[in-house]
Design a protein. Structure first.
Length: 308
């Protein structure tokens, strides 16, 4: 009987501790919850109501139902924007994840002064947004820009980065070489957390560098890769400053992406309701992509603490 009473006492004590932890947790996140509903959640749901009206900012809104959404799917420019956005997201995610991982592997080597190189590698990520776009406007100049000068010295004609439809979007994607620092730091921390015994076991079995990379490094980094992929995907769908400053959506709408299209309709054409409708469609697309990534992650993402 005493053993049962001790077990019951321990269970009650554990349940009380859990309740205290839950209360503490909700108290700590309460300011964020209040801020979200006041400054983010409220406006988000307000845009849903606006998207169901006919509102041009300078006139009173009138209920129009789903007319804005019907107009979206009959607008040829909507599909152009959708394809452009997917092009940018796919290229940026592939570039950021691959280059960040390779950079982290290089910075994980035990070389003299490697700590200094890690700091230098991260510093460019401090310059983003408008400042970064302004820098690349000068770098992409067709005749007197640094890239054009480099190509002329090599003897290869320089691409018309921001003028040619074929090169405008790749030019925007290549800018992201500059800001791989944060993802590289995350990959680097994950690399240093991989047990060395796994590599030692592979070496004993005769595994070379590539075999260790594909059978040890990549599986152990799969959960971090998923995290970076999801975050980079969501960020890519929201890109605005780079196409706005470098190309303004051109040439011939080749770099007109979702956020820039929303801005144009809301603050250039003053069609807020139509912009809100597109914003909700974009939100649903982002949620769908994120959901698919998490569903597929069960086949390739590995978590050390997960038990089958």
């Amino acid at each position: 009987m005493k053993e049962k009473e001790i077990k019951i006492f321990k269970q009650r004590k554990i349940s009380k501790l859990r309740k205290k932890e839950e209360i503490s947790f909700y108290l700590f996140i309460l300011p964020w919850i209040i801020g979200f509903f006041l400054f983010s959640g409220g406006p988000i749901f307000a845009t849903l109501g606006i998207s169901l009206t006919d509102w041009s900012l300078f006139a009173s809104p009138h209920w129009s139902g789903l007319s804005n959404y019907t107009r979206l799917f009959t607008d040829p420019l909507f599909y152009k924007v959708f394809v452009n956005t997917l092009y940018y997201v796919g290229g940026r995610v592939a570039l950021m994840v691959t280059i960040s991982l390779l950079a982290a592997i290089l910075l994980n080597q035990k070389l003299p002064g490697i700590t200094v190189f890690r700091v230098i590698y991260y510093l460019p990520a401090v310059i983003t947004g408008v400042a970064l776009s302004t820098i690349f406007v000068q770098l992409y100049r067709p005749i007197y820009g640094p890239f054009a000068y480099f190509f002329s010295k090599v003897g290869v004609p320089a691409p018309s980065w921001l003028i040619d439809e074929k090169w405008a979007m790749p030019a925007l994607i290549l800018m992201n070489f500059w800001i791989i620092g944060p993802n590289t730091v995350i990959f680097l921390a994950a690399l240093q957390g991989i047990p060395k015994t796994l590599y030692e076991a592979g070496q004993i079995d005769g595994a070379n560098f590539l075999q260790q990379f594909f059978h040890v490094t990549l599986p152990m980094l799969s959960s971090i890769t998923l995290l970076i992929t999801v975050i980079t995907t969501v960020e890519s769908f929201q890109v605005f400053a780079e196409p706005y400053i470098l190309t303004r959506g051109g040439p011939n709408y080749s770099t007109l992406v979702g956020a820039l299209y929303i801005y144009r309709n809301a603050f250039k054409y003053f069609n807020l309701a139509y912009a809100c409708a597109f914003a909700w469609i974009l939100l649903l697309i982002v949620m769908a992509f994120t959901g698919v990534q998490f569903l597929l992650s069960g086949h390739w993402a590995y978590y050390a603490a997960r038990r089958e």
